[in-house]
Design a protein around this ligand. Structure first.
Ligand SMILES: [Zn+2]
Length: 266
């Protein structure tokens, strides 16, 4: 086997940043070729760092790295898309950060999941183009499928039997919808409306653009959000932090007298 080259280039989306020492930061990247990885950027918190603006969370960047003993080191970074509209909008920014966190939590380092990078780009491009934040539901369902937890929504997840066009139990522990006969052995769950069932089946068949064009009223959007959050919480064993933040933002925006603060989304 030839030695691996000491430097490599890849394109990726910055998922998160944490500080290291006085001036360095570690960035978690989801990339097209390497999957998820951490890299360190030396001196990136100094004012004169030329890489800083290209390594902000939610930026799509071309990256060059040098292999290190524990962590690889960023040597160059150049923004491909900065997603400015997302960054400047509290609700869309929170939604995108939540998706970045899901991507991080559901993947292991340097494991390739074909389609996942494209899914994250589709999500960011849709939110940047002012798609409704309900596209996050499409992202959640696709993500689960791509990392091996595809929801069983066409037939009963326990007996495989046909499901009637009706309100149906979604059972996180069995990984999908459960028919009336199997409810007692399902381990519990949430009954979702037949409208929500139809939207989930539509999502399975559609691409993100078609899903973004759906008009979901607020009640249906919220029902889908809670139903998928049950599944995600079960799978991750604890609620993702930014999920709570998305809820807080939604509450903030419904409150009539509060104005948008323009606070940093991170
Ligand atoms: Zn059944």
């Amino acid at each position: 086997m030839p030695d691996r080259p000491r430097t490599y280039t890849t394109e990726g989306i910055i998922l998160r940043r944490r500080n290291l020492g006085e001036a360095d930061s570690i960035f978690t990247v989801y990339s097209d070729r390497e999957g998820k990885f951490d890299g360190v950027a030396r001196g990136v918190r100094k004012a004169r760092s030329h890489m800083r603006g290209h390594l902000e969370p939610l930026t799509r960047s071309k990256l060059m790295l040098a292999r290190g003993r524990s962590l690889d080191v960023f040597t160059q970074a150049e923004t491909v898309t900065g997603y400015r509209a997302i960054r400047e909008d509290l609700e869309r920014g929170a939604a995108a950060m939540y998706c970045a966190e899901l991507l991080d939590r559901f993947t292991a380092e340097r494991v390739e999941h074909p389609g996942l990078y494209g899914l994250m780009l589709d999500l960011l491009d849709a939110l940047e183009a002012d798609a409704p934040v309900a596209v996050v539901r499409y992202f959640e369902m696709e993500l689960l499928g791509l990392v091996g937890y595809e929801l069983q929504i066409d037939a009963c997840a326990i007996c495989g039997g046909r499901l009637p066009e009706a309100d149906t139990l979604l059972s996180p522990s069995t990984g999908g919808f459960v028919c009336a006969d199997c409810r007692a052995t399902s381990g519990g769950g949430r009954v979702v409306s037949v409208r929500a069932v139809k939207v989930m089946r539509f999502a399975r068949a559609a691409d993100m653009a078609r899903f973004a064009a759906l008009r979901l009223d607020e009640g249906l959007g919220r029902e889908l959000q809670h139903a998928l959050a049950d599944v995600i919480r079960y799978l991750l064993d604890r609620e993702p932090l930014s999920g709570r933040f998305v809820d807080q933002v939604a509450r903030l925006e419904r409150a009539p007298i509060r104005s948008q603060t323009g606070d940093d989304v991170e």
